[in-house]
Ligand binder design. Structure first.
Ligand code: HEM
Length: 255
């Protein structure tokens, strides 16, 4: 005799279809893709900010990704493969996130009313994350398409010319705020949801996480703004020769 089935029949559950595991799987996939993208963005910001050390250093990082130091020549296609992987992650993450957006006017109203009634900080953070995520649908696609199709046009002058002469800086400025807020809140929410780094006292753990979140967001915003300013300055100074690629100091012909 199967006592579990009998018990289920006793409380009227036997006829119910088994609950699907897909919502849980999708939630997990959303968290995992968000975590990978968040970690990627930290790396991305450090690589891009290599320009703050020197043009030669940024050139070296760029060439490293193009396989120059392994194969003795550049293969920008390697960068395209990395970009394609990031793009797929972004599409998957956005697709999964769309399930959580209010879908019609009534749902928007209900959410707005709950948000006002609760006055809860983390609910407001969710709202900021939804708005910045929506913005990134558009902003990130433009950037990733450019990187996918022109991976060879990354470098101290190539990037600075795009930022200044190509007038990409307004897009980067808006995208920087969107991605840092979105990523910072996202990683914080992941830690809260899966119980990471919380310690024994949940209230104190939450305060610690909130502090870490704002500290990281502030750090990457400042780093991003200073980096963007550096590209704008180099691009401005190089505007008359826009399109001319950077040649590292040790390869330049003596003057
Ligand atoms: C593998 C994929 C990616 C590559 C190769 C890449 C590469 C770059 C490069 C080379 C720059 C410097 C400016 C330029 O050359 O135009 C840049 C800037 C920037 N990228 Fe990306 N990127 C990637 C993905 C992303 C993603 C997914 C986001 C956010 C959703 C993003 C956000 C930004 C922002 C905000 C800036 C401006 C940085 C600043 O102000 O300091 N990038 N990226």
């Amino acid at each position: 005799m199967n006592t579990r089935v009998d018990l289920a029949a006793g409380v009227g559950l036997a006829d119910r279809p088994r609950k699907s595991r897909w919502p849980a799987r999708m939630d997990f996939a959303q968290s995992a893709s968000g975590l990978l993208l968040g970690l990627f963005m930290w790396g991305h910001m450090f690589f891009v900010s290599s320009i703050l050390i020197s043009k030669d250093f940024m050139w070296t990082i760029t060439k490293l990704f193009e396989g120059y130091f392994f194969f003795g020549r550049s293969y920008p296609g390697i960068v395209s493969v990395i970009v394609a992987g990031v793009l797929l992650l972004v599409v998957l993450h956005a697709f999964l996130a769309m399930r959580k957006f209010p879908a019609n006017y009534r749902q928007w109203r209900t959410f707005a009313a709950h948000r006002a009634m609760l006055g809860h900080g983390d609910t407001t953070l969710w709202w900021i994350q939804a708005i910045t995520g929506f913005m990134l649908f558009f902003l990130a696609s433009v950037h990733l398409y450019q990187m996918l199709m022109h991976p060879g046009l990354i470098g101290p002058y190539e990037s600075a010319d795009r930022v200044w002469t190509g007038r990409w800086w307004p897009l980067y400025l808006v995208m920087l705020f969107a991605v840092e807020l979105h990523g910072g809140i996202g990683l914080y929410r992941l830690a809260v949801k899966w119980g990471w780094l919380q310690g024994d006292d949940p209230a104190q753990g939450r305060r610690r996480l909130q502090f870490a979140k704002w500290a990281l967001t502030a750090f990457f915003l400042v780093l991003g703004l200073v980096t963007l300013a550096a590209y704008m300055k180099i691009g401005y100074e190089h505007r008359a020769m826009a399109g001319q690629p950077y040649v590292p100091t040790w390869q330049q012909a003596p003057k």
